[in-house]
Design a protein around this ligand. Structure first.
Ligand code: NAP
Ligand code: ZN
Length: 349
């Protein structure tokens, strides 16, 4: 079936309306009418080919929420009308150790929601800046938030799980001091989630203007990271710091804030590598430098249910599709509190 989408024909071209083809739902597929789609910084990296290997036309978007509009004959968990989400994963091999453990995000055969190979036309996946998507039921998530919150739930599908997973893996909770670096789409979810998990949360921002705003999100303390004195006050005190920064930067000032056995986990995916950290910053306190990528499907469901139970959604700015190119420019300036979400109804308008 043909659906309207928004995408780019080249890395240096703006996004514009275009038509794409979705497969008809197979026996295990659900077809979703997309209501809203969040705007992740990864969308911008991909559309502008900052990581290399982008296929065009590129239709990004992996923070998808909407309603099931058709199901295949063998689908048992979902029915027409259900509120569902799709995140960054639309397929995986389904039989490796990672898939068996529900860690589809680490399956070598993981198929991302955009720019990954697929037998469907045009040969690579196309994301949520579109009217409909069709996915295998395994990769659809149930949304238990009230429907009025649907637009603000969308960013949980990537920003939410990308912070929830490392916070759980490195045991954020009562008695733990946790830092979140970069208070953008991912980072603001990190502050909310770590706070809800009971950790002592410190938000690190380069933007003086976010100092009060970060407190309102649930940060116990806010540090403007360009201020060396403020940074020094937290030396050797953190159990875990998660960095969401989307550009290459010096990691040493953050490693120095970890206590013995502390971990700095990188989730930001800049186009150019960070300079290698000073090795003694790791050796002296047995510190770890780690990375983490989104989360598996069961953990994404767990995160959505945790957020529904704790009343957690993203702070969003709702936009129309014809505002997307301007939104990308603002994203690059850190000028959004904290996530753009597109109203997919504006595709048809
Ligand atoms: P975003 O909304 O643009 O947030 C990034 C934040 O980083 C900004 O709001 C800003 O926060 C901070 N920042 C920007 N420039 C900086 C600089 N020069 N120095 C220090 N801090 C700076 O982006 P996002 O959507 O949260 O995504 C963040 C990164 O994570 C992207 O690279 C994205 O591709 C990646 N990502 C990774 C995964 C994964 O699975 N690992 C998943 C999704 C996204 P302040 O204003 O507070 O400083
Ligand atoms: Zn994302």
């Amino acid at each position: 079936m043909k659906v309207i989408a928004y995408g780019a024909h080249a890395g240096d071209k703006p996004l514009e309306p275009l038509q794409i083809t979705r497969r008809d739902p197979g026996a295990h597929d659900v077809q979703i009418d997309i209501a809203y789609c969040g705007v992740c910084h990864s969308d911008l990296h991909q559309v502008r080919d900052e990581w290399g290997g982008t296929h065009y036309p590129c239709v990004p978007g992996h923070e998808i929420v909407g309603r099931v509009s058709a199901v295949g004959a063998h689908v048992t968990d979902f029915k027409v009308g259900d509120l569902v989400g799709v995140g960054c994963i639309v397929d995986s091999c389904k039989h490796c150790e990672e898939c068996d453990e529900g860690l589809e995000n680490y399956c070598d055969g993981m198929i991302g929601t955009y720019n990954f190979p697929t037998p469907d036309a045009p040969g690579w996946t196309q994301g949520g800046y579109s009217q409909k998507i069709v996915v295998h039921e395994r990769y659809a998530l149930r949304i238990r938030h009230p429907e009025e919150q649907l637009a603000a739930v969308a960013p949980l599908l990537c920003a939410g799980i990308t912070l929830y997973s490392p916070l759980r893996h490195w045991n954020a909770g009562p008695g733990k001091k946790v830092g979140i670096v970069g208070i953008g789409g991912l980072g603001h979810m990190g502050v909310k989630l770590a706070h809800a998990m009971g950790a002592h949360v410190v938000a690190f921002t380069t933007s003086e203007s976010k100092r009060d705003a970060a407190k309102a999100l649930g940060a116990d303390e806010v540090v403007v990271s360009r201020n060396a004195e403020e940074m020094a006050a937290h030396t050797k005190s953190f159990d875990l710091i998660v960095s969401t920064v989307a550009v290459s930067h010096n990691l040493d000032p953050f490693l120095a804030l970890l206590k013995r056995d502390g971990t700095l986990t990188l989730v930001g995916a800049p186009a150019t590598p960070h300079p290698s950290p000073e090795v003694f910053n790791l050796i002296f306190k047995r510190r770890s430098l780690a990375g983490s990528m989104i989360g598996g499907i069961p953990e994404t469901q767990e995160m959505l249910d945790f957020c529904a139970e704790h009343g957690i959604v993203s702070d969003i700015e709702l936009i129309r599709f014809d505002e997307i190119n301007g939104a990308y420019e603002r994203l690059l300036k850190g000028d959004v509190k904290y996530r753009f979400v597109i109203d997919n109804a504006t595709l048809a308008a």
